[in-house]
Design a protein around this ligand. Structure first.
Ligand SMILES: Nc1ncnc2c1ncn2[C@@H]1O[C@H](COP(=O)(O)OP(=O)(O)O)[C@@H](O)[C@H]1O
Ligand SMILES: O=C(O)[C@H](O)[C@@H](O)[C@H](O)[C@H](O)COP(=O)(O)O
Length: 201
């Protein structure tokens, strides 16, 4: 093989190694939990502090899904499948985006991710170390108070019971397959942000 070919191969090899290294250093933070747990509030604050990208799962809902929830009708697995697939697509776009500067090697997503199968759908095709699920947990009473206090949102607070009954805590198998942080939402927003940053250290 000529010297030119060797140097070209080395150049390609170095570029691919750099791309993979960049990809390995990227972290997707998924702020998860039932409606009213604080995903949007905390997610925006974390993204702002990290100076990174942010996508709220609500951006990916169809109008039909939003209308169902506005009417107090719970979503089902079929309703959520295309929603979760579109979020997963955006996640993979972020991981493959070489233009993302080193300073923005993180990206925050919110998504209720209520069931184990939803978390698998979200993380489909993504390396375990490139994603951290931050699970916002609170009592039914506190969640209800938060939903009642929230204005200008399509989500009907009467759906809280269906959210809680659909919610599946991570199993031992899941805890070995994905990275999780568990956050008590009764703390202040600032304290929750500090706690999440402690996980990221
Ligand atoms: N830690 C917190 N302390 C007090 N209020 C909070 C906290 N987190 C969220 N909230 C409030 O609770 C309501 C629900 O928060 P939101 O971010 O919309 O939740 P989600 O996106 O999970 O549905 C909002 O009115 C928000 O301002
Ligand atoms: O059924 C679900 O999986 C969730 O309800 C999810 O669809 C989300 O929670 C709603 O879009 C409301 O958005 P918030 O979670 O921001 O209230």
């Amino acid at each position: 093989m000529t010297d030119n070919n060797n140097s070209l191969n080395d150049e390609i090899k170095n570029k691919l190694e750099k791309q993979q290294k960049q990809k390995d250093q990227k972290l997707i933070l998924v702020i998860m939990g039932v409606s009213g747990s604080g995903k949007t509030t905390i997610g925006k604050a974390i993204a702002s502090s990290l100076g990174c990208g942010f996508n709220d799962a609500d951006e990916f809902h169809s109008e039909e899904n939003k209308e169902k929830m506005r009417s107090g009708i719970p979503l089902n697995d079929d309703d959520r499948k295309p929603w979760l697939a579109s979020i997963n697509k955006r996640m993979i776009e972020f991981l493959n985006d070489e233009s993302v500067a080193d300073c923005c090697s993180d990206h925050v997503f919110t998504c209720s991710a209520l069931k184990s199968i939803y978390r698998d759908q979200l993380s489909n095709g993504i390396n375990k170390d490139n994603i951290l699920f931050i699970f916002l947990q609170g009592t039914k009473q506190l969640l209800s108070e938060r939903l009642q206090s929230r204005k200008d949102h399509f989500f009907n607070p009467t759906l809280l019971d269906s959210q809680l009954s659909t919610l599946e805590l991570p199993t031992q198998l899941e805890l070995s397959n994905h990275h999780y942080a568990f956050i008590d939402i009764s703390n202040s927003i600032d304290d929750i942000i500090d706690e999440i940053f402690n996980y990221l250290k």
